[in-house]
Design a protein around this ligand. Structure first.
Ligand SMILES: Cc1ncc(C[n+]2csc(CCOP(=O)(O)OP(=O)(O)O)c2C)c(N)n1
Ligand SMILES: [Mg+2]
Length: 169
């Protein structure tokens, strides 16, 4: 976590003629956001795409599996209704002197990404994504211990994880 946020500066220095994009989680971004200042200072036009699900979802999902569907400190909420909360990363980027764009719907994603890549300048996309949608290989994170062990010890079940099917259904 946090490595890609800064590692992209090295990539851009090594390949200045190629667009360089770091795809990072909201949690990962909050570990090393200060590198935006370094990028501005040394004029390194990297692009950050923050895949923002308002949570440390990988860890939250492990908690769901291990603690019977409960979570603590891994999903972020604020206000009286405890609604999902995230800092405004696009505004944060602008405060560093980096163009910041918020993407709240998949319809806007292609245009925003295209814009960021052809811009040739520092840019950060804060892309809001559904915190309940997992990609295939992290789906098993929220399995209970029993389900997880079943997967580990059964080739068939392991295949079922890889193919996106649940182990017991
Ligand atoms: C430096 C560091 N601290 C803690 C962890 C443990 N860890 C693994 S994934 C994760 C949460 C990641 O959150 P985010 O970047 O928002 O990605 P998401 O799981 O939500 O897609 C944490 C805390 C880590 N991998 N590296
Ligand atoms: Mg996250």
């Amino acid at each position: 976590m946090g490595f890609g946020v800064s590692g992209i500066l090295g990539a851009k220095l090594a390949a200045p003629d190629r667009p360089c994009l770091a795809v990072i989680g909201d949690g990962g971004f909050t570990l090393t956001p200060h590198v935006l200042a370094t990028a501005v200072e040394y004029d390194i036009p990297a692009v950050w795409l923050v895949w923002n699900n308002f949570s440390w979802a990988a860890i939250r999902d492990i908690q769901y599996g291990m603690f019977g569907g409960r979570e603590i400190g891994t999903g972020f909420y604020a206000g009286e209704k405890r609604e999902p909360y995230s800092p405004d990363f696009a505004a944060m980027a602008r405060s560093y002197g980096v163009e910041g764009i918020t993407v709240k719907h998949s319809d806007q994603h292609g245009d925003a990404l295209g814009h960021a890549l052809v811009l040739g300048k520092l840019c950060l996309l804060d892309v809001h994504v559904d915190d309940k949608v997992n990609q295939r290989w992290t789906r098993f994170f929220s399995y209970s211990r029993k389900e997880f062990l079943y997967c580990r010890h059964s080739r068939g079940a392991y295949f079922s994880v890889a193919s996106g099917r649940q182990p017991y259904g």
